[in-house]
Structure formats: C-alpha cells, structure tokens
Design a binder for this molecule. Structure first.
Ligand SMILES: Nc1ncnc2c1ncn2[C@@H]1O[C@H](COP(=O)(O)OP(=O)(O)OP(=O)(O)O)[C@@H](O)[C@H]1O
Ligand SMILES: Nc1ncnc2c1ncn2[C@@H]1O[C@H](COP(=O)(O)OP(=O)(O)OP(=O)(O)O)[C@@H](O)[C@H]1O
Lengths: 215, 215
C-alpha cells in the first residue's frame, strides 16, 4: 500500500482520502481548520496547521509520503506555497487548480500533475447525458475506443468468424449484450442476432465504419 | 443531437457545455452574470437572468430542452429554486449538490440525478495515484472487467499465441502499452517484453489469476 499526503480537507481532498483508505492505503490529511479534519479523524493520520509553513509540514511527517495532493481551492497563494514547499522536499505533487491560469502557475512551480476537478466533472457529466450507440465511444487508451453497436444490417445472422471484423475493419469484438445476458468470452462460432448490442474495440474511424455497416 | 439546458456557467457548467458542443449537441447556457457566459457566447445559446424566476426560464426557452443541468454551487437556495422550476416544467434534471445534505434536499425536490463533482473528482484521483495492476480493475459491463497488468514473471519473452491466455484463463488481450506506444490491434505473434503493461478483459477472478502469474 502507498502513503499519500493530502493538504486541504475540502470535498475534493476528503473524497480522495476516503477512496485511498477504502483501498487499504495510508493517508496523512492536513488542514488549518480542525473541523474539516473531523470526518476522517478515525481513519487516517491528521495534522492541523498552515501548509504555507514548511516547518509545520516537515513536523507533520510530509517527507515520508509517496505523493502529495494539494487540494486547496479558493486560496491560490496557499495552494502555490504548499506546492513549492512539497516540491522543495522532493515530493511528487498533484495540485488542484482553480482555473487555467492558476494551473499554468502550478506547472511552473513544478507540480507533477495539475487537475481541474469542477471542469473535468462537467465534461464527464456531458458524456453521461448524451450516451447513444455512436456517441458512446469511450476512449479507453489514446486512439483506442470502445463502442456499442446495435446489431442490424449485414451483422445479423452471421457468425463472428463469418463477419471477420478484425481483418475487414481492424476491430475486436469484446462481448455481446443480448437482452440482460452478457456473452463473454465470445467465440468464433457465436452468431449475431437481431437486437444484440455488440461491444467493439478499435480506432474511432474503424468503429464508425462498422457502425455504418450495422445500420 | 440533443439539446441540453445548463443553469450556472461556473467551471462545472462550462465544462459540460464545452463537451456537449464539441460532440455536436445544442446547449442553452443560463447565468445571472453576463461575464460568466462570455467564454461560450459564440458556441451556444445564452440567456442572462435569475433562474429562481420561472417566467425568465420559460422565456429563455428552457421547456424545449431534452434535459437540464443545474450547475449552481454556493447558493443552495438558487439551486433548489432552479431545480423546482425545471421539475414543474416536466424536465429531466441533473443537479449539482454542495454536500450530502443538499443532495438529499435535491432528491426530495425531484431531481432525477444528483452529482457531487468535487467529491467524485477526489475519488477518481485517488484511483489514478494508486494505479497498480490489481486496483485498476475497471468494470466495463456486469462481471466483465478491464485491467492493466505490469508484465513480469511468466509473461515476459513469450508470444501471445504461446501464452494462450484466452484458453488458460478466459481472458482476452486488448492491447499492450510499451513506453508511450500503444500496440493495437495485437496479433498472435506479438511478444510480451519486460516493462510492458498488458491490458486485459475478463472476469475479476480470472484477471486476479493472471495478475498472480505476472508477478
Ligand atoms: N494554508 C492552508 N493550510 C492548510 N489548509 C488550508 C490552507 N488554506 C486552505 N486550507 C484548507 O483547504 C481546504 C479546501 O480549500 P477550499 O475550501 O478553499 O477549497 P474548495 O475548492 O472549496 O474545496 P472543495 O471544492 O474540495 O470542497 C479547506 O478545508 C481549507 O481549510
Ligand atoms: N439564481 C441564479 N440564476 C442564474 N445563475 C446563477 C444563480 N445563482 C448562481 N448562478 C451562477 O451559477 C454559477 C455557478 O455558481 P457558483 O460559482 O456558486 O458555483 P461553483 O460551485 O463555484 O461553480 P464551479 O465549481 O462550477 O466553478 C455562477 O456563474 C453564478 O453566477
């Protein structure tokens, strides 16, 4: 298990602390407001103080962690100071930015990874709300997408072997959803039926090409 | 394409608006502060006014949308009023909550879906930071997981054909991450190298079994 330092026990910092503890990792949670530390006081190490003070951070034991999350929101100065202090200790720092310009500053201060929690959550919600078979193209890795295609057109009534999707389109069939059953792992002899949802893996172009054939 | 109403053009609301527009959907973005609407003014419909006023919302055209995101943060009263107004118009409402108790209130007011952006982002970051072959098991479909395994042990130096993972363990190799290259699609002759991260699909038991062999 890892030990992660978190500076700032707001909703974001506390959310991270809870998930880390749930997965068996150790957390050092720091905040200047004792009340914010209260919810996690029985599950992780806590320290009350000002993260702009590098002596306080050192006494709290921040140097022994594997990585630090600077989760301070509104007070940009405190976020910048906490980031610099942790970088000077040679730590890996993930810092939350309030806006793009703050993010640039954190980059220049040496933050290893900058996150924009509110913006990112907005983006994810937009994807959730507009889920449909084409738009459901989830990017699993760079340029490798997963997509559900409603079986229609040429796909229906043929075996996976007969359809030969890997060679014709460069896509892989991951599984087939039929009613509330999941067919996994798939085999060459499986026959695609009308109403099936076929889950595919491939580049976005190749998935679009298969979606056209399935209409 | 869908039409989504967004009330509150903060970071969360604007993040959602940008992603919707990027995917070809239509957005009606509402805020009481004209400055907040400025960044999106050329990409979507905007309306300036107080969302607590149901007549203003009706005149802005909110009734014609497929769903509404109430993305008001600090002002809980405004968030509750905007939610009630939209529910009275019979709309599907996703509302952002500041804390768990606010979330309960939004539930009782009929919000169809309540999100906690800051908390959720903290949870996701915790997972990202502690990505190790076991923890990063993402459930793609019921009982079908995707997992990255750091290639070690018996996996190294063998071809995918030689490893025969589908028959031995019931798992499928989706792709191989080697440095900053992605090997996709994979072929039977591909040889697993030390340092590779192999991305697999399978049940959680079978993935755990492969992870043990890869240690
Ligand atoms: N200098 C500091 N030292 C330690 N803790 C600090 C410092 N400045 C702010 N904090 C703490 O950081 C926490 C998060 O900051 P803040 O509330 O400004 O961000 P937020 O963006 O509203 O948080 P969230 O969105 O995660 O709820 C607060 O609990 C605050 O007490
Ligand atoms: N009654 C209202 N009618 C319309 N817009 C409103 C109303 N009340 C607040 N807003 C707008 O909602 C937006 C988001 O609210 P606020 O800034 O409180 O949330 P936030 O949580 O800080 O936002 P984010 O985290 O998304 O940046 C602001 O741009 C604000 O002008």
């Amino acid at each position: 298990p890892k030990t992660i330092g978190i500076i700032g026990a707001g909703r974001f910092g506390t959310g991270a602390a809870q998930e880390l503890v749930r997965n068996g990792h150790h957390v050092l949670l720091i905040d200047q407001d004792a009340e914010c530390l209260e919810p996690m006081a029985h599950q992780c190490h806590t320290a009350i103080g000002n993260a702009e003070d590098s002596e306080f951070l050192a006494e709290a034991g921040i140097k022994d962690v594997d990585a630090v999350i600077v989760a301070i929101g509104d007070n940009e100065t405190a976020s910048n100071h906490a980031t610099i202090n942790c970088k000077d200790f040679g730590l890996y720092v993930v810092a939350k930015a309030t806006h793009a310009t703050h993010g640039k500053i954190l980059d220049r201060l040496g933050a290893d990874y900058v996150v924009y929690p509110e913006h990112d959550s907005g983006v994810r919600l937009a994807r959730l709300l507009t889920r449909s078979s084409i738009l459901e193209m989830i990017e699993l890795y760079e340029e490798v997408f997963m997509m559900e295609v409603n079986a229609g057109g040429e796909l229906v009534g043929k075996s996976l072997e007969g359809l030969n999707l890997p060679h014709r389109f460069g896509v892989q069939v991951l599984l087939i959803l039929r009613g509330n059953k999941t067919i996994f792992p798939v085999s060459a002899k499986d026959i695609v039926q009308d109403g099936d949802r076929v889950v595919l893996l491939g580049s976005s172009e190749s998935l679009h090409r298969v979606a056209k054939v399935a209409e």
